[in-house]
Design a protein around this ligand. Structure first.
Ligand SMILES: [Zn+2]
Length: 243
């Protein structure tokens, strides 16, 4: 195979690897970011639960005061009732006492519900704390792993860039610039096979002359491109013939 073609194929393969490690890097960062979000959400959730707990304590005090108020009111009304002589006034006070007793019962029921809810919340709060701790542990572990992975990727990336420089040095500038131009439009397929008389990039039928030109390509010859998509063409089976 033509020497420039060989080097261009090396370049194309290396560029595929470079894209692949960039993707790996993006994945590592994305996974870590997702874990961070998961932790943040759990922590926020736990914070809301704690705030709710504080509010519940305030509400509980209020209900206890309501009960106390109702008790005082009942006592006061019952005292008054003992002093009245007239039946009308007595009946009116009875009505008021009944209303106060009902209010007291309502507040007591609300308090009982409230206590039950507080107990449930307390279990939930504990559970939440354990969850947040676990997620934090996962996050720290993931961050450590990501650090190692990113260092590996960085090392690979540096090595690939050095290899790329060497390959580029071996290729005529003219072909590097056409490779770069094609890369913009056609990446990652730039140098494609022309097997079965078809362009491996755009799949158009190639004229017999083009195939003949590729087959007879020698070192130093101008490379053959697809007239339709502009990709650089080669024939794999040519390799055996040429070498
Ligand atoms: Zn083509």
């Amino acid at each position: 195979m033509n020497n420039t073609l060989k080097r261009l194929l090396d370049l194309q393969n290396l560029d595929k690897e470079i894209i692949e490690i960039q993707r790996e890097k993006d994945n590592v960062i994305e996974e870590l970011r997702e874990e961070q979000i998961r932790y943040q959400q759990a922590a926020d959730d736990q914070f809301s639960k704690k705030e709710n707990k504080n509010q519940m304590e305030v509400d509980k005090k209020k209900l206890e005061l309501d009960i106390e108020d109702a008790e005082l009111k009942i006592k006061h009304l019952e005292g008054n009732q003992k002093l009245v002589k007239k039946n009308d006034a007595y009946q009116a006070l009875s009505k008021e006492i009944k209303a106060a007793q009902e209010a007291k019962i309502k507040a007591e029921e609300a308090l009982a519900n409230h206590i039950k809810q507080t107990e449930e919340n307390s279990v939930d709060l504990e559970k939440g704390k354990t969850q947040v701790d676990e997620i934090k542990k996962d996050l720290l572990k993931k961050a450590d792993e990501a650090k190692v992975q990113l260092l590996e990727i960085q090392g690979k990336s540096k090595r690939y860039k050095l290899i790329r420089k060497d390959i580029v040095k071996e290729i005529n500038d003219k072909y590097i610039s056409s490779y770069n131009n094609l890369y913009e439009k056609r990446a990652p397929k730039i140098i494609v096979q022309a097997n079965n008389s078809m362009c491996g990039g755009c799949h158009i039928s190639l004229p017999a002359q083009i195939i003949a030109d590729i087959m007879s390509l020698n070192d130093g010859d101008a490379l053959v491109t697809c007239e339709n998509c502009g990709r650089i063409l080669y024939i794999e089976s040519n390799e055996a013939l040429a070498e």
